[in-house]
Design a protein around this ligand. Sequence first.
Ligand SMILES: CCCCCCCC/C=C\CCCCCCCCCCC/C=C/C(=O)SCCNC(=O)CCNC(=O)[C@H](O)C(C)(C)COP(=O)(O)OP(=O)(O)OC[C@H]1O[C@@H](n2cnc3c(N)ncnc32)[C@H](O)[C@@H]1OP(=O)(O)O
Ligand SMILES: Cc1cc2nc3c(=O)[nH]c(=O)nc-3n(C[C@H](O)[C@H](O)[C@H](O)COP(=O)(O)OP(=O)(O)OC[C@H]3O[C@@H](n4cnc5c(N)ncnc54)[C@H](O)[C@@H]3O)c2cc1C
Length: 665
Amino acid sequence: MTLKKVNPDLEKERSTCTFNIEELTNLLDTGAHCTAERRAVEDKVFSVKELKDEIPDEFLSHKERYENAIRKSVFLHKVLQETGVKRGVYNRSDKSDFRTTYYSIFKDGSPFMLQYSMFVPTILGQGDSEQVELWYKRALNMEIIGTYAQTELGHGTFIRGLETEAVYDEKTEEFILNSPSLSSYKWWPGGLGHTTNYCIVMAQLKIKGKPYGMQPFIVQIRDEETHMPLPGVKVGEIGAKLAFNTVNNGFLGFEHVRIPRRHMLMRFSQVSKDGKFTSSANPKLAYGTMVMVRVTIVNSAATYLSRAVTIAIRYSAVRHQSKLKQNEPEPQILDYVTQQHKLFIGIATSHAYMFCSYWLWDVYVMYQKEQNVGNFDRLPELHALACCLKVISSSDCTGLVEKCRMSCGGHGFMMSSNLPQLYGISTATCTYEGENTVMLLQTARALVKAWELGSRGRPFSPTMSYFAEKNVPSKWDSSLEGILNAFQKVSIGKLSSSVSSLQEYTKSGLSAEDAWNKASVQLIGAAEAWGRAVVLSIYKSEIERYGQTVSPALKSVLFDLVELYYVHLTLEKMGDLLLYTQLSEKDVVSLRKKYEDLLEKIRPNAIGLVDAFDYRDEVLNSTLGSYDGFAYERLMTEAMKSPLNAEPVNQSFHKYIKPLMKGKL
Ligand SMILES: CCCCCCCC/C=C\CCCCCCCCCCC/C=C/C(=O)SCCNC(=O)CCNC(=O)[C@H](O)C(C)(C)COP(=O)(O)OP(=O)(O)OC[C@H]1O[C@@H](n2cnc3c(N)ncnc32)[C@H](O)[C@@H]1OP(=O)(O)O
Ligand SMILES: Cc1cc2nc3c(=O)[nH]c(=O)nc-3n(C[C@H](O)[C@H](O)[C@H](O)COP(=O)(O)OP(=O)(O)OC[C@H]3O[C@@H](n4cnc5c(N)ncnc54)[C@H](O)[C@@H]3O)c2cc1C
C-alpha cells in the first residue's frame, strides 16, 4: 500500500487556516530565536538512535523499564550537554526550556528529573556561596546525582510534623540524622530508589535538645564508587504507581548517620561550630524550592494539555463517524459541535495558562531580586499566587487532558495514543508540590488576612487591588472587561461571605481553628475564585500586549480564543455569577449563542492552532496525533509490536485452554 504524504483531511484543514502558524509558534515559544534554539536541540536529540525505543515501554517489565530509562537519561544528558543546553528549570535566561523535549524521550518520566528540577535548584537557592561553589559544579557534571527528600510516610502536607531529625553534635561538629519511626521514613522522592547517591533531606534541626524547625541538609546516601547504600542508610523503591513508573521514587531511613556541619545548606539559617543557631530573616525561605516548582507547574500543566489537545484535534479531523446529514458521507467527528465544545476550550486553556506562566515567572524573578536585598514584602502574594495558580492550572488541564482522551473514543484508551500517560503525569501535578485542596487553603489564608488588613485601611497587593472596589450592583456587560469585572465580583462576594462565616462561627463560640475548618469549603471556593480572576485578567492583558506586535490575522485568532475562554467560563460558573452579579437569563441565552458562534469561527483554524504548538511526532509519541494523520496505519503498526503477536499461537493454549476444551484439566 502506498501512502500519501499527508491524510487528505488534514491537508484540507491546513488550507483553511487564516493566520501564519510560524508566527504563533514563535509567540508561544517567547521569541523566534527560542523556536530556532528548541528546534536545533530537538534535531540533535531525535537523531540519536540510542534515545529511540525499539520495544514500546509498556511491553517491558518494571525492572527493564527502569534500566531503559536510566540508559536513555544518561544518553540524553550527554546530548544536551554537547548541545550546550544548560537550562532546566534553573539557570535560564529566558522563559523557554527543554522540558517538553526532555519528557518526550520518556513517556513515564526520567529518574534524573529531580536532579534537574529540585536538587540543583535547592543547592542554588538554599546554599551559601561556598556551598554552591562546591555542590553545584559536582551536580552539573553529574558527579553527584540527587533528589529532594522531604515527604515522609506519615506526613507530606504538614511539614512541621515531619519526624526525621538532624541533631547537632558540637564535639564532632556533625549532624546525626535519624529516622525515629516507620512513619518518619522519607517516601516519594523521585530517583531515590536506586538512582541517586546524594539527596537534600529536609529534617528537624535540634541543638542541645532544642528544636529549630525544618532545615535542608545535603546527605550522601550511596558510595560514589560502588553505589552501595552507606552504613545506616535504608533505601529502596516504593513500587508501582498510576504514572511516573520510570522515575524510581524511593523510600529512605537513617540510623544515626553522621554528616559534617557544613552539609546543612546555610544561605538563610546557620549553625556555628559551637552550636549557635542563627535564624533566617524569614523562616519560610526554607520552603523556597517548593515555591519555585509550583510556579513552573503552571507551564507544565499547559504543555501537557497542549500535547493532549494536539493529539485529540488531529485525530478528530481524520476520524469519520455517524451521519450529520443522511445523504452525505460520514463527517469528520470534529464537525460535531459537541466535539468542538470538548476540544477548543483545551486550546484556549492551554494558551491562558501558558501566557500566565510566563507572567508568573517574571513575578517570581522580580521577587527573587527583592529577596536578595532583604525585602520580603511580596512573599505572601507570591506564595498565594504560586499555590493558587498551581492548583487551578493542574486541575483544569488534567480535567481537559482526560476530556481529550475520552473525545478520542476507544482509541484514546490505547497506550499507543499516549493520552493515558499524559493523563497520569498531569494528574500527579494535582498532588505533588502541595496537595491541591491544601494549597487552596493556603491561598485562602493569605486572602482572608489581606481582606482583614484591607478593612483596616492597609493597601492591597496588585492582584488583590480590586478588593478595595465597592461591590455595587451594575448592569451585566458581556464584553471582556465586563466579564472580568463580574468574576472579580464573584471573588469579592465569596471572600466576603467566607469572612462573615468565620466571624459568625467564632462569635458563636468556636475556636478560630474550628471556625476555619467549618468554613473551609467556602474558603477554597473563595481561593479558586480569586485565581480565576487572576487568570482572566492576565490572559487578557498579555494578549492585549502581544496583540500590538503580531499581525492582524493572528491577533484576531488570539482574541477568538480569549473570548472563547471568557464565555466558556461564564457559562460554566453561571451559578456563581447569578448569585453575585446582575447576569440574567436573557444574557445567558445571548452568551450561549456567542459561544456557538465562536466554536464555528474557530473551527477552520483548529488544526492550524494545534500545529502552532509545533510538537514533532517524536514529542507527541502518539498513534492518533501524528502530523500526517495516518492514525489507523500507526495503530496497526504499534499493535504488531505486542510480544503476543510474535507467534500465531501462545503456549498457554496448549497448557491451559486446550486441556479445558477437552475436559482434561
Ligand atoms: C547539561 C544538562 C542540562 C539538563 C537540562 C535539562 C533540561 C530538562 C529539564 C528538566 C527535566 C525535568 C522536568 C521536571 C519537571 C518538573 C517535575 C517536578 C517534579 C516534582 C516532584 C515532586 C516533588 C514534591 O512534591 S516535593 C514535596 C512538596 N511538598 C509540599 O509541597 C508540602 C506542602 N505543604 C506545605 O507547603 C506546608 O506545610 C503548608 C504550606 C501546607 C503549611 O506549612 P506550615 O509551616 O504549617 O505553615 P502555616 O502555619 O500553615 O503557615 C505559616 C505561614 O507561612 C506561610 N507560608 C507557608 N508556606 C510558605 C511558602 N512556601 N512561602 C511563603 N510563605 C509560606 C503561610 O502562608 C503562613 O503565613 P501567615 O502570614 O502566618 O498566614
Ligand atoms: C508523583 C509524585 C511525586 C512526588 N515526588 C516527591 C519528591 O520528589 N519529593 C518529596 O519530598 N515528595 C514527593 N511527593 C510527595 C508529595 O509532595 C505529597 O504526596 C503531597 O505534598 C501531598 O501530601 P500527602 O501525600 O501527605 O497528602 P495528605 O496531606 O495525606 O492528603 C490526603 C488528604 O488529606 C487532605 N488534607 C491534608 N491536610 C489537610 C488540611 N490541612 N486541610 C484540609 N485537608 C487536608 C488533603 O486535601 C487530601 O485530600 C511526590 C508525590 C507524587 C504523587
